[in-house]
Design a protein. Structure first.
Length: 396
Protein backbone atom coordinates (compact mmCIF):
# COMPACT_ATOMS: atom_id res chain seq x y z
CA UNK A 1 0.00 0.00 0.00
CA UNK A 2 2.83 2.37 0.82
CA UNK A 3 4.29 1.81 -2.66
CA UNK A 4 0.90 2.51 -4.32
CA UNK A 5 0.52 5.65 -2.25
CA UNK A 6 3.95 6.87 -3.36
CA UNK A 7 3.04 6.21 -7.02
CA UNK A 8 -0.21 8.16 -6.62
CA UNK A 9 1.62 11.06 -4.98
CA UNK A 10 4.25 11.07 -7.73
CA UNK A 11 1.59 11.11 -10.45
CA UNK A 12 -0.26 13.90 -8.67
CA UNK A 13 2.93 15.93 -8.39
CA UNK A 14 3.65 15.42 -12.10
CA UNK A 15 0.08 16.47 -12.90
CA UNK A 16 0.46 19.64 -10.85
CA UNK A 17 3.84 20.40 -12.42
CA UNK A 18 2.32 19.84 -15.88
CA UNK A 19 -0.55 22.23 -15.12
CA UNK A 20 1.90 24.86 -13.84
CA UNK A 21 4.06 24.49 -16.97
CA UNK A 22 1.05 24.77 -19.28
CA UNK A 23 -0.21 27.78 -17.36
CA UNK A 24 3.24 29.38 -17.53
CA UNK A 25 3.41 28.84 -21.29
CA UNK A 26 -0.09 30.27 -21.72
CA UNK A 27 0.75 33.33 -19.61
CA UNK A 28 3.95 33.76 -21.58
CA UNK A 29 2.16 33.61 -24.94
CA UNK A 30 -0.56 35.94 -23.71
CA UNK A 31 2.01 38.41 -22.37
CA UNK A 32 3.87 38.33 -25.68
CA UNK A 33 0.65 39.07 -27.58
CA UNK A 34 -0.22 41.92 -25.23
CA UNK A 35 3.20 43.46 -25.88
CA UNK A 36 3.13 42.72 -29.62
CA UNK A 37 -0.32 44.26 -30.05
CA UNK A 38 0.54 47.07 -27.63
CA UNK A 39 -2.65 46.20 -25.78
CA UNK A 40 -1.09 47.51 -22.57
CA UNK A 41 -1.99 50.99 -23.86
CA UNK A 42 -5.74 50.42 -23.79
CA UNK A 43 -6.33 47.22 -21.81
CA UNK A 44 -6.56 48.93 -18.38
CA UNK A 45 -9.17 51.32 -19.76
CA UNK A 46 -11.07 48.44 -21.34
CA UNK A 47 -11.11 46.36 -18.17
CA UNK A 48 -12.12 49.34 -16.05
CA UNK A 49 -14.96 50.42 -18.34
CA UNK A 50 -16.19 46.81 -18.64
CA UNK A 51 -16.39 46.55 -14.84
CA UNK A 52 -18.28 49.86 -14.61
CA UNK A 53 -20.75 48.82 -17.31
CA UNK A 54 -21.39 45.51 -15.58
CA UNK A 55 -22.02 47.24 -12.26
CA UNK A 56 -24.04 50.13 -13.72
CA UNK A 57 -25.50 48.99 -17.04
CA UNK A 58 -27.03 51.68 -19.26
CA UNK A 59 -30.13 49.82 -20.38
CA UNK A 60 -31.63 51.10 -23.61
CA UNK A 61 -35.27 50.76 -24.49
CA UNK A 62 -36.33 49.08 -27.70
CA UNK A 63 -36.17 49.74 -30.54
CA UNK A 64 -32.42 50.31 -30.72
CA UNK A 65 -31.21 52.32 -33.70
CA UNK A 66 -27.99 50.95 -35.16
CA UNK A 67 -25.94 53.52 -37.07
CA UNK A 68 -23.57 51.36 -39.08
CA UNK A 69 -20.62 52.99 -40.86
CA UNK A 70 -17.79 51.59 -42.94
CA UNK A 71 -14.62 53.68 -43.32
CA UNK A 72 -11.93 52.82 -45.82
CA UNK A 73 -8.23 53.78 -45.69
CA UNK A 74 -8.32 53.95 -49.48
CA UNK A 75 -4.93 54.08 -51.21
CA UNK A 76 -5.16 52.81 -54.82
CA UNK A 77 -1.91 54.55 -55.83
CA UNK A 78 -2.67 54.49 -59.54
CA UNK A 79 -3.67 50.83 -59.71
CA UNK A 80 -6.29 50.84 -62.47
CA UNK A 81 -7.40 47.28 -61.71
CA UNK A 82 -8.40 48.32 -58.20
CA UNK A 83 -10.54 51.19 -59.43
CA UNK A 84 -12.11 49.06 -62.16
CA UNK A 85 -13.03 46.44 -59.57
CA UNK A 86 -14.72 48.96 -57.29
CA UNK A 87 -16.46 50.68 -60.18
CA UNK A 88 -17.84 47.44 -61.66
CA UNK A 89 -18.26 45.01 -58.76
CA UNK A 90 -19.24 47.13 -55.78
CA UNK A 91 -22.63 48.25 -57.20
CA UNK A 92 -23.54 44.62 -57.92
CA UNK A 93 -23.38 43.89 -54.19
CA UNK A 94 -24.89 46.98 -52.61
CA UNK A 95 -27.79 47.39 -55.03
CA UNK A 96 -29.29 44.28 -53.43
CA UNK A 97 -29.38 45.84 -49.97
CA UNK A 98 -31.17 48.65 -48.15
CA UNK A 99 -31.53 49.83 -44.57
CA UNK A 100 -34.68 50.91 -42.72
CA UNK A 101 -34.61 54.23 -44.56
CA UNK A 102 -34.41 52.69 -48.01
CA UNK A 103 -30.73 53.62 -48.36
CA UNK A 104 -28.02 51.47 -49.91
CA UNK A 105 -25.06 50.48 -47.73
CA UNK A 106 -22.86 53.53 -47.35
CA UNK A 107 -19.10 53.35 -47.83
CA UNK A 108 -16.78 56.20 -46.90
CA UNK A 109 -13.66 56.22 -49.04
CA UNK A 110 -10.95 58.13 -47.16
CA UNK A 111 -9.02 58.75 -50.35
CA UNK A 112 -5.26 59.29 -50.14
CA UNK A 113 -4.95 63.03 -50.75
CA UNK A 114 -1.19 63.16 -51.21
CA UNK A 115 -1.46 60.61 -54.02
CA UNK A 116 -4.36 62.31 -55.79
CA UNK A 117 -4.96 61.01 -59.32
CA UNK A 118 -7.70 62.66 -61.35
CA UNK A 119 -9.00 59.48 -63.01
CA UNK A 120 -9.34 57.73 -59.64
CA UNK A 121 -11.13 60.69 -58.12
CA UNK A 122 -13.57 60.89 -61.03
CA UNK A 123 -14.40 57.18 -60.63
CA UNK A 124 -15.08 57.73 -56.94
CA UNK A 125 -17.28 60.71 -57.77
CA UNK A 126 -19.41 58.47 -59.96
CA UNK A 127 -19.90 56.04 -57.07
CA UNK A 128 -20.87 58.97 -54.85
CA UNK A 129 -23.37 60.29 -57.41
CA UNK A 130 -25.03 56.85 -57.41
CA UNK A 131 -25.60 57.28 -53.64
CA UNK A 132 -23.20 54.53 -52.60
CA UNK A 133 -21.21 56.70 -50.18
CA UNK A 134 -18.95 59.72 -49.81
CA UNK A 135 -15.27 60.61 -50.09
CA UNK A 136 -13.23 61.99 -47.20
CA UNK A 137 -9.53 62.75 -46.67
CA UNK A 138 -6.76 60.26 -45.93
CA UNK A 139 -3.35 61.92 -45.74
CA UNK A 140 0.25 60.75 -45.29
CA UNK A 141 2.98 63.21 -44.45
CA UNK A 142 6.44 63.12 -42.91
CA UNK A 143 8.72 65.47 -40.96
CA UNK A 144 6.42 68.47 -41.40
CA UNK A 145 5.97 71.57 -39.32
CA UNK A 146 2.71 73.45 -38.91
CA UNK A 147 3.30 75.77 -41.88
CA UNK A 148 4.43 73.11 -44.32
CA UNK A 149 1.52 70.85 -43.41
CA UNK A 150 -0.95 73.69 -43.77
CA UNK A 151 0.32 74.40 -47.28
CA UNK A 152 0.05 70.74 -48.27
CA UNK A 153 -3.46 70.37 -46.91
CA UNK A 154 -4.73 73.57 -48.54
CA UNK A 155 -3.48 72.37 -51.92
CA UNK A 156 -4.98 68.92 -51.35
CA UNK A 157 -8.34 70.35 -50.34
CA UNK A 158 -8.36 72.44 -53.52
CA UNK A 159 -7.90 69.26 -55.58
CA UNK A 160 -10.80 67.61 -53.78
CA UNK A 161 -13.05 70.68 -53.91
CA UNK A 162 -12.58 71.05 -57.66
CA UNK A 163 -14.40 67.73 -58.07
CA UNK A 164 -17.08 68.54 -55.52
CA UNK A 165 -15.53 66.59 -52.66
CA UNK A 166 -15.37 68.04 -49.13
CA UNK A 167 -17.37 71.11 -50.12
CA UNK A 168 -21.02 71.40 -49.17
CA UNK A 169 -24.11 72.00 -51.26
CA UNK A 170 -25.53 74.80 -49.13
CA UNK A 171 -25.86 78.26 -50.66
CA UNK A 172 -22.76 79.57 -48.95
CA UNK A 173 -20.77 76.41 -49.57
CA UNK A 174 -18.00 75.62 -47.13
CA UNK A 175 -15.11 73.21 -46.86
CA UNK A 176 -15.75 70.39 -44.40
CA UNK A 177 -14.09 67.02 -44.07
CA UNK A 178 -13.43 63.96 -41.95
CA UNK A 179 -9.85 62.76 -41.60
CA UNK A 180 -7.78 59.59 -41.33
CA UNK A 181 -4.05 60.01 -40.75
CA UNK A 182 -1.57 57.94 -42.75
CA UNK A 183 0.44 55.41 -40.74
CA UNK A 184 -1.88 56.07 -37.78
CA UNK A 185 0.41 58.98 -36.79
CA UNK A 186 -2.17 61.61 -35.83
CA UNK A 187 -0.84 64.58 -33.87
CA UNK A 188 2.78 63.48 -34.16
CA UNK A 189 2.09 60.15 -32.46
CA UNK A 190 3.72 56.83 -33.19
CA UNK A 191 6.77 57.15 -35.40
CA UNK A 192 7.39 60.88 -35.39
CA UNK A 193 8.93 60.88 -38.85
CA UNK A 194 5.40 60.15 -40.11
CA UNK A 195 4.05 63.49 -38.87
CA UNK A 196 6.11 66.04 -36.99
CA UNK A 197 3.25 68.42 -36.07
CA UNK A 198 2.20 68.66 -32.42
CA UNK A 199 -0.67 71.07 -33.11
CA UNK A 200 -2.25 68.93 -35.82
CA UNK A 201 -5.67 68.71 -34.16
CA UNK A 202 -6.04 72.50 -34.09
CA UNK A 203 -4.69 72.83 -37.61
CA UNK A 204 -7.13 70.30 -39.01
CA UNK A 205 -10.04 71.99 -37.25
CA UNK A 206 -9.03 75.40 -38.62
CA UNK A 207 -9.09 73.99 -42.16
CA UNK A 208 -12.60 72.54 -41.79
CA UNK A 209 -12.11 69.09 -40.29
CA UNK A 210 -15.03 68.03 -38.10
CA UNK A 211 -13.72 64.69 -36.87
CA UNK A 212 -10.94 62.13 -36.93
CA UNK A 213 -11.70 58.50 -37.85
CA UNK A 214 -8.16 57.06 -37.71
CA UNK A 215 -8.56 54.62 -34.82
CA UNK A 216 -8.46 51.89 -33.57
CA UNK A 217 -4.86 51.01 -34.42
CA UNK A 218 -3.93 47.66 -32.91
CA UNK A 219 -0.18 47.15 -32.62
CA UNK A 220 0.65 50.85 -32.95
CA UNK A 221 1.85 53.17 -30.21
CA UNK A 222 -0.45 55.85 -31.63
CA UNK A 223 -3.49 53.93 -30.34
CA UNK A 224 -5.19 56.16 -27.74
CA UNK A 225 -5.65 55.07 -24.15
CA UNK A 226 -9.29 56.19 -24.31
CA UNK A 227 -11.36 53.64 -26.24
CA UNK A 228 -14.95 52.72 -27.10
CA UNK A 229 -15.99 56.32 -27.07
CA UNK A 230 -16.79 59.26 -29.29
CA UNK A 231 -15.04 62.10 -27.54
CA UNK A 232 -13.61 65.59 -27.74
CA UNK A 233 -9.83 65.86 -27.82
CA UNK A 234 -8.03 69.01 -26.70
CA UNK A 235 -4.80 69.87 -28.46
CA UNK A 236 -1.72 70.49 -26.34
CA UNK A 237 0.48 72.15 -28.93
CA UNK A 238 3.62 71.40 -26.93
CA UNK A 239 3.29 67.63 -27.00
CA UNK A 240 2.29 64.78 -29.28
CA UNK A 241 -0.76 62.50 -29.05
CA UNK A 242 -3.06 65.03 -27.42
CA UNK A 243 -6.03 62.80 -28.25
CA UNK A 244 -4.85 60.13 -25.82
CA UNK A 245 -7.61 61.29 -23.48
CA UNK A 246 -10.60 63.57 -23.80
CA UNK A 247 -14.19 64.22 -22.78
CA UNK A 248 -17.05 62.05 -23.98
CA UNK A 249 -19.77 63.58 -26.10
CA UNK A 250 -22.75 63.84 -23.73
CA UNK A 251 -26.38 64.70 -24.35
CA UNK A 252 -27.08 68.29 -23.34
CA UNK A 253 -23.43 69.25 -22.87
CA UNK A 254 -21.69 71.10 -25.69
CA UNK A 255 -18.02 70.54 -24.83
CA UNK A 256 -16.49 71.85 -28.08
CA UNK A 257 -12.92 70.56 -27.95
CA UNK A 258 -10.47 70.91 -30.81
CA UNK A 259 -11.59 67.77 -32.65
CA UNK A 260 -14.02 64.90 -32.13
CA UNK A 261 -12.35 61.48 -32.17
CA UNK A 262 -14.57 58.77 -33.64
CA UNK A 263 -12.81 55.73 -32.23
CA UNK A 264 -14.28 52.43 -33.31
CA UNK A 265 -15.00 49.63 -30.88
CA UNK A 266 -11.93 47.89 -29.45
CA UNK A 267 -12.57 44.85 -27.27
CA UNK A 268 -11.89 41.20 -26.54
CA UNK A 269 -14.24 38.76 -28.22
CA UNK A 270 -14.43 35.88 -25.74
CA UNK A 271 -16.49 33.84 -28.23
CA UNK A 272 -13.83 33.99 -30.94
CA UNK A 273 -11.02 31.53 -30.23
CA UNK A 274 -9.70 31.13 -33.76
CA UNK A 275 -6.17 31.52 -32.34
CA UNK A 276 -6.79 28.43 -30.15
CA UNK A 277 -5.05 29.52 -26.96
CA UNK A 278 -6.23 33.12 -26.60
CA UNK A 279 -9.37 35.06 -27.60
CA UNK A 280 -9.40 37.49 -30.51
CA UNK A 281 -8.98 41.22 -30.14
CA UNK A 282 -11.84 42.79 -32.09
CA UNK A 283 -11.27 46.14 -33.79
CA UNK A 284 -13.68 45.98 -36.73
CA UNK A 285 -10.98 45.49 -39.37
CA UNK A 286 -12.08 43.67 -42.53
CA UNK A 287 -9.42 41.90 -44.56
CA UNK A 288 -8.55 38.48 -45.99
CA UNK A 289 -7.84 36.97 -42.57
CA UNK A 290 -10.72 38.82 -40.86
CA UNK A 291 -13.92 38.42 -42.91
CA UNK A 292 -17.17 39.83 -41.49
CA UNK A 293 -18.63 36.64 -40.02
CA UNK A 294 -21.92 36.47 -38.08
CA UNK A 295 -19.89 35.89 -34.88
CA UNK A 296 -18.05 39.16 -35.43
CA UNK A 297 -21.16 41.07 -36.48
CA UNK A 298 -23.00 40.03 -33.32
CA UNK A 299 -20.01 41.21 -31.27
CA UNK A 300 -19.94 44.57 -33.08
CA UNK A 301 -23.58 45.18 -32.30
CA UNK A 302 -23.23 44.12 -28.67
CA UNK A 303 -20.27 46.47 -28.22
CA UNK A 304 -21.71 49.39 -30.18
CA UNK A 305 -20.75 52.81 -28.89
CA UNK A 306 -23.48 55.14 -27.66
CA UNK A 307 -23.56 58.77 -26.64
CA UNK A 308 -24.02 59.21 -22.90
CA UNK A 309 -27.67 60.04 -22.34
CA UNK A 310 -28.83 58.45 -25.62
CA UNK A 311 -28.34 54.67 -25.23
CA UNK A 312 -30.92 53.87 -27.92
CA UNK A 313 -28.63 55.10 -30.71
CA UNK A 314 -25.55 52.91 -31.08
CA UNK A 315 -22.69 53.54 -33.50
CA UNK A 316 -20.95 50.59 -35.11
CA UNK A 317 -17.78 51.38 -37.02
CA UNK A 318 -15.84 48.94 -39.18
CA UNK A 319 -12.87 49.68 -41.42
CA UNK A 320 -10.69 48.31 -44.19
CA UNK A 321 -7.85 49.07 -46.58
CA UNK A 322 -10.01 48.70 -49.62
CA UNK A 323 -7.38 49.22 -52.29
CA UNK A 324 -5.26 46.25 -51.22
CA UNK A 325 -5.57 43.45 -53.77
CA UNK A 326 -5.91 40.79 -51.08
CA UNK A 327 -8.97 42.56 -49.66
CA UNK A 328 -10.91 42.94 -52.89
CA UNK A 329 -12.49 39.44 -52.93
CA UNK A 330 -13.85 40.08 -49.42
CA UNK A 331 -15.01 43.66 -50.00
CA UNK A 332 -16.53 43.19 -53.43
CA UNK A 333 -17.92 39.69 -53.24
CA UNK A 334 -19.91 37.13 -51.29
CA UNK A 335 -18.57 38.02 -47.82
CA UNK A 336 -19.75 41.63 -48.14
CA UNK A 337 -23.08 40.49 -49.55
CA UNK A 338 -23.51 38.04 -46.66
CA UNK A 339 -22.62 40.72 -44.11
CA UNK A 340 -25.33 43.08 -45.29
CA UNK A 341 -27.85 40.23 -45.58
CA UNK A 342 -27.14 39.20 -41.98
CA UNK A 343 -27.43 42.78 -40.72
CA UNK A 344 -30.71 43.35 -42.51
CA UNK A 345 -32.15 40.01 -41.42
CA UNK A 346 -31.22 40.04 -37.74
CA UNK A 347 -30.85 43.74 -36.92
CA UNK A 348 -33.61 45.48 -38.85
CA UNK A 349 -36.89 44.03 -37.61
CA UNK A 350 -38.32 47.49 -36.65
CA UNK A 351 -39.23 46.16 -33.18
CA UNK A 352 -35.94 45.49 -31.43
CA UNK A 353 -33.55 46.96 -33.98
CA UNK A 354 -33.66 49.59 -36.72
CA UNK A 355 -30.68 49.67 -39.08
CA UNK A 356 -29.22 52.84 -40.61
CA UNK A 357 -26.30 52.81 -43.05
CA UNK A 358 -24.35 56.06 -42.73
CA UNK A 359 -21.29 57.89 -44.03
CA UNK A 360 -18.70 59.49 -41.75
CA UNK A 361 -20.27 62.92 -42.34
CA UNK A 362 -23.72 61.62 -41.44
CA UNK A 363 -22.39 59.96 -38.30
CA UNK A 364 -20.94 63.30 -37.18
CA UNK A 365 -24.29 64.99 -37.77
CA UNK A 366 -26.21 62.32 -35.86
CA UNK A 367 -23.76 62.53 -32.95
CA UNK A 368 -24.13 66.31 -32.79
CA UNK A 369 -27.92 65.96 -32.92
CA UNK A 370 -27.77 63.55 -29.99
CA UNK A 371 -25.56 65.97 -28.12
CA UNK A 372 -28.17 68.68 -28.70
CA UNK A 373 -30.84 66.46 -27.17
CA UNK A 374 -32.58 65.39 -30.38
CA UNK A 375 -34.57 62.18 -30.13
CA UNK A 376 -36.58 59.88 -32.33
CA UNK A 377 -35.24 58.63 -35.65
CA UNK A 378 -31.55 59.37 -36.36
CA UNK A 379 -32.39 59.33 -40.07
CA UNK A 380 -33.84 62.80 -39.54
CA UNK A 381 -30.42 64.18 -38.63
CA UNK A 382 -28.10 62.89 -41.36
CA UNK A 383 -27.58 66.47 -42.60
CA UNK A 384 -28.05 68.20 -39.26
CA UNK A 385 -25.01 70.52 -39.39
CA UNK A 386 -22.74 69.53 -42.26
CA UNK A 387 -24.76 69.45 -45.48
CA UNK A 388 -24.13 66.90 -48.27
CA UNK A 389 -21.11 67.32 -50.52
CA UNK A 390 -21.43 68.60 -54.06
CA UNK A 391 -19.81 65.45 -55.50
CA UNK A 392 -22.89 63.44 -54.56
CA UNK A 393 -24.92 65.39 -57.10
CA UNK A 394 -22.42 65.58 -59.96
CA UNK A 395 -22.42 63.19 -62.91
CA UNK A 396 -19.30 62.60 -64.97
Amino acid sequence: MAILEKIRNLRFKKFIVGIILLLSVWIGVLSYKIIQKKAYIWLPSYLGSTLVKNLHPDKPEYPIHIIFYFVDHFEPGGDKKVMEAWFKEYPKVVLKHKDADGRYPQHTWFYEGNAFILEEAIALRTLCSERFGEVELHFHHMRDNSNSLREKLIKTLENFNNLGFLITTEQNSRVAFAFIHGNWALDNSGLKKHCGVNNELKLLSELGCFGDFTFPAIGHSSQPRKINSIYYAFDDTLKAKSYNDGLDVVVGKDTCGDLIIFGGSLSINWKDWRHKIYPSIEDGNIDKSNPPTPLRIDHWISKGISIKGQPNWIFVKIFCHGAEASCLPILLGKELDDMYTYLETKYNDSKKFILHYATAREVYNIVKAAEAGKKGDPNDYRDYLIKPYQAGFQKN
